[in-house]
Design a protein. Structure first.
Length: 202
């Protein structure tokens, strides 16, 4: 039986407008994707797994984290709708990942297998350019986050996060946001109250 074609109006619009794919190329690419659902708190990836898919979040919210030497969870980033997630190094080199990727809500995902990834790159050159551009953008964003983590104040980090991902406060538990910012939950609560009372801080 022929697999059900994946649907994502937002992704398909991106493929047409940003990757400049025509209708046939979009249809071909979308036929390579498979659908997957994750329940809240389920993991897409755990430390030691091999990442065999590039994953597009069609619906939901996820977090990527590691467990440090003190057995403490350290959140590296959050991913919402229209974000891609996974571990590119594990995916390309087939080496065990160091990350955990967990659903914070019920999630609807679109998966591109390793085989279909390389098939897409070969059959749809525009996809390869689109993917390479995404990787570059993510790389620069990661460098910027690292720089901010080293030099910015907690207020600056929080305000930057809220500017870029304003939905997080409504969708992500406070202690997870605190972990991502590298501060204690109590400190984040005080910071948020201070910003509400004195909005000029932003």
């Amino acid at each position: 039986m022929k697999p059900t074609r994946a649907f994502s109006p937002v992704l398909e619009k991106e493929l047409r407008e940003i990757a400049r794919m025509n209708d046939e190329e979009v249809e071909t690419y979308m036929s390579f994707l498979t659908k997957k659902s994750l329940r809240k708190k389920e993991h897409l990836l755990m430390e030691g797994d091999i990442c065999n898919y590039v994953t597009y979040i069609n619906k939901g919210c996820m977090r990527r984290y590691i467990i440090d030497d003190h057995s403490k969870e350290v959140i590296l980033n959050f991913s919402l709708e229209d974000y891609w997630t996974g571990d590119l190094e594990s995916f390309i080199f087939q080496k065990p990942t160091e990350f955990y990727i967990q659903a914070l809500e019920d999630c609807e995902l679109l998966l591109l297998s390793r085989e279909n990834f390389y098939r897409s790159c070969k059959e749809i050159p525009k996809f390869k350019n689109f993917h390479d551009d995404k990787v570059q953008r993510n790389h620069y964003s990661a460098l910027k986050r690292l720089s901010m983590a080293k030099s910015a104040t907690p207020e600056e980090k929080y305000l930057d996060l809220m500017k870029k991902q304003p939905q997080l406060c409504q969708r992500v538990p406070l202690h997870y946001i605190a972990s991502y910012l590298g501060i204690e939950p109590e400190s984040l609560s005080r910071l948020r109250k201070r910003i509400i009372i004195h909005p000029q801080i932003s």
